[in-house]
Ligand binder design. Structure first.
Ligand code: MN
Length: 485
């Protein structure tokens, strides 16, 4: 028990369940489309999704390699045998009358996630299990209407429910964990991880206790789909529960929701215990078997994961925020990592900065894509060395950068074409300097009278006259020598 977690004499404990929507083309047990984002209600349904008698589920085997990848990303064990159970409950959006899920033998168990905290420490979260299950449909309650609408497009969508241990003790740790989980699923490439569309939904279990060795009664706040609402829920629940206990009022074991407008949680229903669900093995679906060979084949192709990437990018000398931005986008991270692996630190650092600045801006404006950037990596390397050798100014480099990505063209050829090579011929530059000095008698006088900061102005004039092609340091040197200061 760590004293730093204690709030008002109470020790909070938090565990998280996360439903991740797997990115298969079709549903878990039926051959209908899975992406309901743009579909009209009840158009992605099969007889099974609406629970018609006589329909039989057939496992979509595409979920197996996706589960293995997720399990590897969670540093977990992959079950050699797992099977599906029926979890019985009645709800209008569940026409089968039961959810097909894995209860006794989940496909993934015993994993860990190391989540990075803002103070650079990390929180170690155990993954107890992750099981496959079919999603339910969706009930809509139109405002003011005396009826509800049911949309079964989502019924039967494959979910991986990842269950953490009760290993977090404040909102910051929970936020770090859910974000790391999001990154892991994104890098493992098992889900579209579109939080807005509910591709990842978090259920947050919070309890507080005077005795750190004993868990208090918990509340479960369900279906949070933003990192921020997860963080707010944890803070709110810790406070709410402590206030109740201080007044000697009991905490009810219940399911709650988060009201984003009111920034508070509210009671939805008292929580069922497992025995209420009458779980039993689904007799229609054979167990899933996975061999070591299957796991080994997938393990060989696993991408580098966020924590290892972070270590690499820190070696480049980037600051924490830049490292975090790179790691947040696997496409961006892959480009920088590729450059880093094949080139010196300075080149990689320059290209990382271009990626984080100018290129991110253009990608966000839909002017270019990361794929187009990835296609011209050798040109970016060439451009970095042109800057290094002062062949082009840093301003000109930005223009070349964007052009070489857009047109897939060699930066040296482009620089010639666009007349952006720095004037390296000093005699030409001397002429420009002389001309500018003759046009600026007042500034020249000021400098001669000791106002050295005016030199900056003259450098600017020369740069302008050279159309940005002069090297500013050389220009300054020439002005100083001409004016004898
Ligand atoms: Mn579930």
């Amino acid at each position: 028990m760590d004293k730093k977690y204690i709030v008002d004499g109470y020790y909070p404990t938090i565990g998280v369940e996360c439903h991740v929507q797997l990115k298969t083309a079709t549903k878990l047990f039926a051959g209908v489309g899975n992406d309901a984002r743009d579909a009209a209600p009840n158009t992605l349904i099969s007889p099974l999704c609406i629970g018609l008698p006589g329909t039989l589920p057939v496992l979509n085997e595409a979920v197996i390699p996706l589960s293995i990848k997720a399990g590897l990303a969670l540093k977990a064990k992959i079950a050699k045998i797992s099977h599906f159970d029926r979890k019985h409950y009645f709800y209008p959006d569940l026409p089968l009358g039961y959810q097909i899920t894995q209860y006794e033998r989940p496909i993934i168990f015993d994993g860990t996630v190391e989540a990075l905290l803002p103070n650079k420490e990390s929180v170690h979260v155990r993954i107890e299990r992750a099981h496959l299950e079919a999603d339910a449909g969706k009930s809509n309650h139109p405002e003011g209407a005396d009826y509800s609408l049911v949309d079964l497009n989502r019924a039967g969508t494959p979910l991986l429910e990842i269950v953490s241990g009760p290993d977090m003790h404040n909102a910051q740790e929970v936020k770090a964990y859910v974000y790391e989980l999001y990154l892991l699923m994104k890098y493992a490439d098992v889900s579209d991880v579109d939080l807005y569309h509910g591709n990842m939904r978090f259920d947050v279990n919070v309890s507080v206790s005077k005795d750190p060795n004993k868990l208090g009664t918990r509340s479960e706040t369900k279906n949070l789909n933003s990192f921020r609402s997860v963080e707010k829920t944890v803070d709110y629940e810790i406070k709410r529960q402590i206030e109740l206990l201080k007044k000697s009022k009991p905490i009810v074991q219940e399911t709650r929701g988060w009201d984003d407008a009111k920034q508070k949680t509210f009671s939805q229903r008292t929580k069922e215990d497992a025995h209420d669900y009458r779980y039993f093995p689904d007799p229609d679906i054979p167990p899933i078997t996975i061999t070591d060979e299957e796991v080994a084949i997938i393990a060989k192709d696993m991408p580098i994961l966020p924590s290892a990437l972070r270590d690499h990018f820190i070696e480049l000398g980037l600051d924490d925020a830049s490292v975090a931005t790179l790691v947040d986008d696997p496409n961006l991270a892959a480009i920088v990592r590729y450059v880093q692996e094949g080139h010196d630190k300075k080149t990689a650092h320059t290209i990382a900065n271009w990626c984080l600045g100018e290129l991110t801006r253009r990608v966000n404006d839909n002017e270019i894509s990361w794929q187009e950037v990835a296609n011209v990596i050798p040109y970016l390397v060439e451009l970095a060395s042109m800057v290094d050798e002062a062949k082009v100014s840093s301003t000109a480099a930005k223009e070349l950068l964007i052009n070489c990505v857009k047109h897939n063209k060699d930066p040296l050829a482009l620089a010639k074409e666009l007349d952006l090579l720095q004037v390296s011929d000093e005699s030409e530059l001397v002429l420009i300097v002389e001309q500018v000095l003759s046009q600026q008698p007042k500034a020249v006088n000021d400098v001669k009278n000791g106002e050295l900061k005016v030199i900056g102005f003259l450098v600017g004039q020369v740069m302008k006259a050279s159309k940005g092609k002069a090297n500013p340091e050389t220009v300054q040197m020439l002005i100083k020598s001409q004016l004898g200061v």
